[in-house]
Design a protein around this ligand. Structure first.
Ligand SMILES: [Fe+2]
Length: 396
């Protein structure tokens, strides 16, 4: 298609602060500048127990800023739980939100901010059904995993528990205005979370790089994120105390988030969302398991870009043709993921994936908005075939 036929419009908004201990040093000042009355902190219980949330509450308390800690965020948060959070936000008469955690806490807080300022049920505002206006409270985001990217995106993924589906709120108005990327907060991240959320960053960066609306800005950001993950995720996984490796992958997560927020995602996410919504698979893990099969499907749509990525993983591939280099990507990525002990299929779930169940997953995946920016179209049969590569064979 070429750049001459590809206009784009970049909306980069976040005030991004990066550095070791940056939260301790700058959060209170940033919050003070807003001149609000009460901060509503959104997080999960694990982060309270591990002491990570003290990095937020201590400086706020020292600065005499009033706050309330809401920690009832579950993985893959449901719309009903968001509405319970809205009720508490109103009861506490809060007027600012500090979100600290992984993708679930950040998506939850963004949705809560919509629910607290817009009438009715939060799901009414998903998929653009009702507009999200520019009247949200000031949002401060502090990611503590190395894979969400949600701190810089215009998207919040919420589960409709009744329908067993993930739905998205999409609006530039839900992008947090101030983001703190502080690698010290990730030091206690359990090893399997490092592997899963770090793989999510790799998926974000690859999907953003090959997505249909990708442009030279997002390409640059995505390629840099891929390189940082490739070079430093295995170190982070193997050596918990390697602060430099953590800093690299933590920032890579935000970079990849920026890239996909500005360009788009693809079929890895379309197929992984139903696995999380219906079977509770952690988001990053679902993506990591699905990634190789989607690379295989997408390859013919943009061999040049897949060759670029393959040549990052194996520089010797510059000597090979574009198609040979692109064809090498899937095994290279598989090796990379297996070095992080990511399983190759969902058989560990112990679920009998009957034809009906796979059909249902494929329906959900087809309706997931991330499919729209995928570089190669996929009809339902394609999606069923891809699922069958990563699901155990049905025993019935
Ligand atoms: Fe993701």
């Amino acid at each position: 298609m070429g750049l001459q036929n590809q206009p784009f419009n970049l909306g980069i908004q976040a005030d991004l602060k990066f550095g070791l201990n940056i939260v301790q040093q700058e959060l209170a000042n940033s919050v003070k500048q807003v001149n609000g009355k009460k901060v509503f902190i959104v997080t999960d219980k694990g982060l309270i127990d591990s002491g990570v949330v003290d990095n937020v509450t201590n400086p706020l308390a020292e600065a005499g800023i009033d706050y309330y800690v809401f920690s009832d965020v579950q993985p893959n948060p449901t719309a009903d739980s968001v509405m319970a959070g809205v009720e508490m936000y109103e009861k506490e008469a809060a007027d600012m939100i500090v979100m600290i955690g992984g993708g679930s806490a950040i998506d939850f807080a963004k949705a809560l901010a919509v629910g607290a300022t817009h009438s009715g049920f939060v799901l009414d505002y998903t998929a653009g059904r009702k507009p999200i206006e520019d009247k949200l409270p000031p949002l401060f985001a502090i990611p503590t995993t190395i894979g969400t990217g949600s701190e810089v995106t215009r998207v919040s993924v919420i589960t409709d528990a009744e329908a067993g589906r993930k739905l998205v709120l999409v609006s530039p108005n839900i992008i947090p205005k101030t983001v703190f990327v502080d690698p010290t907060l990730t030091l206690g991240l359990p090893r399997q979370h490092v592997a899963a959320t770090g793989s999510d960053t790799l998926v974000h960066a690859i999907e953003a790089y090959v997505s249909l609306p990708a442009n030279p800005f997002t390409d640059g950001i995505a390629l840099q994120a891929i390189r940082m993950v490739m070079d430093h995720l295995p170190q982070t996984y193997a050596h918990a105390a390697n602060v430099e490796a953590r800093a690299q992958v933590h920032l890579a997560s935000t970079l990849a988030g920026m890239a996909f927020s500005l360009s788009g995602l693809g079929l890895v996410h379309s197929l992984s969302h139903p696995m999380s919504a219906r079977y509770g698979v952690p988001h990053g893990l679902a993506n990591a398991i699905i990634l190789p099969s989607i690379l295989d499907h997408n390859l013919p749509a943009n061999p040049k870009k897949y060759a670029d990525v393959a040549r990052m993983f194996d520089p010797k591939l510059v000597l090979e043709s574009e198609s040979k280099a692109a064809g090498s990507l899937m095994p290279l990525v598989r090796d990379f993921l297996s070095s992080l002990d990511i399983p190759e299929s969902f058989s560990y779930l112990g679920v009998d994936f009957t034809e009906d169940k796979v059909e249902q997953l494929a329906e959900d995946a087809m309706n997931d908005t991330t499919a729209l920016t995928n570089p190669r179209k996929a009809v339902k049969d394609d999606i069923i075939k891809i699922y069958n590569k990563v699901l155990p064979e049905s025993i019935s």
